[in-house]
Design a protein around this ligand. Structure first.
Ligand SMILES: Cc1cc2nc3c(=O)[nH]c(=O)nc-3n(C[C@H](O)[C@H](O)[C@H](O)COP(=O)(O)O)c2cc1C
Length: 179
């Protein structure tokens, strides 16, 4: 069996973003666990509300890499009790059940308080109901600069340990989801 490919999507546009640092750490952990990774950094793209990016070659390429993957790690900041608007714009373009169902996914998020973690259920529901994706565990969350240093990108040992456990399961599910 070939290595499962996991697309890792980072959606914060901030220069020093905790969720992007988490997504970079996740990519490293996934590779250690035996997956190939395809990193999609929305901060390097100009994703406009649908359908204004339909003819953007870089956005189309990112959508193709997203859909070609066997599983997904999707990282988002929480803004106003919701996922990043840019991420939702990307998903409006990318999600396509004709290009694959049942993909396992893990959400990563950085936010200010635990109450807002409930808002990530909206993002999970979008993936489950739109493309029959399968959520692997609850979202992995970061609440402060001790857990994730946004300047150095360093993750706390405790968070890295939890990510290693959950992303290891994602890699196994990604192997099963392969065509
Ligand atoms: C406009 C705005 C709205 C925010 N709304 C929330 C919120 O509703 N709940 C919350 O827990 N944190 C909220 N935050 C805090 C961010 O989630 C937090 O700064 C997070 O680290 C951003 O992710 P990033 O570091 O990856 O860019 C908000 C921040 C901004 C700038």
């Amino acid at each position: 069996m070939k290595k499962p490919v996991i697309a890792v999507v980072s959606s914060s546009l901030r220069a020093q973003s905790r969720s992007r640092a988490m997504s970079r750490g996740a990519a490293e952990i996934l590779r250690e666990a035996g997956a190939e990774t395809s990193f999609i950094n929305l901060a390097e793209l100009n994703v406009l509300p649908y359908p204004r990016s339909n003819d953007d070659a870089a956005v189309r390429d990112a959508c193709a890499r997203f859909n070609a993957a066997d599983g997904w790690v999707i990282a988002t900041p929480v803004y106003n009790f919701g996922a990043s608007g840019g991420l939702l714009d990307f998903l409006h373009i990318a999600l396509d059940s004709d290009l694959g169902k049942w993909k396992p996914f893990v959400l990563l998020s950085s936010l200010g308080g635990v109450r807002s973690s409930l808002s990530l259920d909206h993002l999970a529901r979008t993936l489950v109901y739109e493309v029959s994706a399968v959520q692997v565990g609850p979202a992995l969350l970061c609440f402060n600069d001790t857990e994730v240093n946004p300047v150095t990108g360093a993750l706390s040992a405790e968070l890295a340990g939890r990510m290693r456990t959950q992303l290891g399961v994602l890699v196994k599910y990604g192997g099963v989801a392969q065509n």
